[in-house]
Design a protein around this ligand. Structure first.
Ligand SMILES: Cc1ncc(COP(=O)(O)O)c(C=O)c1O
Length: 397
């Protein structure tokens, strides 16, 4: 076999999320769909807004001439303008169409940004626990991931970030709300991070970029106001998508927004558009660009996720699970009661409950629960979680 060594290594460390998802599918064939409680994959169960489906039908019935043709690599002007206007209102910064590039989801967007920025062996700092795909996206573009631990409550450890910044650092990637922890980094963390990056940019005599993965930016609970990273650092690039907020992950529609305050903006945006083209995306899906343009202020009903968070978190807490309360996204990341969380995940599996070991996110000793599922799946799993908690004496500790 002549596949690349890099891909061979990556395949050998197969994704825990996919592995658990596949085990779940096997269990479902044995016990039936309703008797397996599958929390392995972050796949939104809610349907997209009705207005989007209506607009889709209108487009199919009354097609616009040329609507399936090639377009500028950055995307349709009307969509980019709508997004720019939305971010300009939100941030009070002079965002315009030229600051936005439409992408094939947030995943496509991240690959594009890394391709545009990274030279061989440039480092991207990533706080851990983290979404494992980041490593592959960075390596796709010749870069290296540099992991930095967060505190026990998963908040940013600015000292550890400072210590990790060196000559090879090109960027820091911040994912908030976070997968797998559901943590939202607060304004003060962004302010301090911005100050640190400004200071280090001066010290090192080169620009460091703040890349934010905001794929879950609308999925925020407890009326928390999500900080806007653009306000704390000029060289900031937002990558996001409508996979979660409009429940469109299969449609692959997202965007990159580059701060108007970024120095050498023209060169950077040209590099981003070039990377979008030459990575073979060419442009983001045409139909979806048209459909999401008027929906910039819309989202699926976030309260449904919040109710599920409350139900699940309160129950697990009452059984004695050690969990940091998530403030957004749709994940819980409890500590396993034993060191070997893979063994613990197997115990849960004996109750037909599927979760993902924390080592799949760079954090052994924990496990991830993705709860973008039907309420009855959560309710059905609770007796199993309780039995396992009792077995390990969790409530008594
Ligand atoms: C943190 C994070 N970033 C990016 C993505 C990819 O999102 P998209 O479907 O928009 O490519 C995901 C998907 O689960 C994610 O969890």
């Amino acid at each position: 076999m002549a596949i690349s060594k890099r891909v061979k290594n990556a395949l050998e460390g197969a994704s825990w999320v996919r592995k658990m998802f596949e085990e779940g599918e096997a269990l479902k064939r044995i016990y039936g769909e309703d008797n397996v409680f599958d929390f392995s994959l972050g796949n939104p169960n809610l349907e997209p807004p009705a207005s989007l489906k209506k607009a889709l039908k209108t487009l199919a019935d009354q097609p616009i001439s040329g609507m399936h043709r090639y377009m500028p690599n950055s995307g349709y002007s009307e969509t980019r303008k709508a997004i720019a206007q939305y971010i300009a209102e939100e941030s009070d910064l002079p965002f315009e169409e030229k600051h936005i590039v439409m992408t094939v989801g947030a995943a496509g967007g991240l690959n594009v940004v890394f391709k545009a920025l990274l030279d061989e062996r440039d480092e991207v700092i990533v706080p851990s626990p983290y979404f494992m795909e980041f490593k592959f996206y960075i390596e796709n573009c010749g870069g290296e991931i540099r992991l930095v631990e967060t505190y026990e409550d998963f908040s940013l450890n600015l000292k550890a970030i400072e210590d990790a910044i060196g000559d090879r650092t090109k960027a820091i990637l911040i994912n908030s709300p976070n997968n797998p922890t559901g943590t939202i980094y607060d304004q003060e963390s962004f302010r301090q991070l911005g100050d640190l990056l400004k200071r280090k940019t001066k010290e090192l005599g080169k620009t460091l970029y703040l890349i934010t993965d905001e794929a879950y930016r609308r999925i925020v609970f407890d009326q928390i106001k999500l900080p806007i990273p653009f306000l704390y650092y000029p060289h900031a690039i937002r990558v996001t998508s409508h996979s979660k907020d409009l429940s469109l992950p299969g449609e692959r529609i997202g965007y990159i927004a580059v701060s108007p305050l970024c120095e050498e903006f023209d060169e950077l945006i040209s590099a981003i558009v070039f990377a979008n083209r030459t990575l073979g995306f060419v442009n983001a899906p045409a139909l979806m660009q048209r459909l999401v343009a008027p929906l910039q202020k819309n989202s699926i009903n976030i309260r449904e996720y919040e109710e599920k968070r409350n139900l699940f978190y309160n129950a697990l807490k009452a059984y004695g699970y050690d969990i940091v309360k998530p403030q957004g996204a749709f994940y819980l990341f409890p500590k396993a009661p034993i060191e070997d969380e893979v063994a613990f995940v197997k115990e849960l599996q004996s109750k037909r409950i599927l979760t993902v070991p924390g080592r799949g996110f760079g954090k052994p000793g924990y496990f991830r629960i993705a709860y973008a599922v039907e309420k009855k799946t959560i309710e059905g799993s609770l007796p199993g979680f309780k039995e396992i908690a009792e077995k390990y004496g969790m409530g008594r500790r």
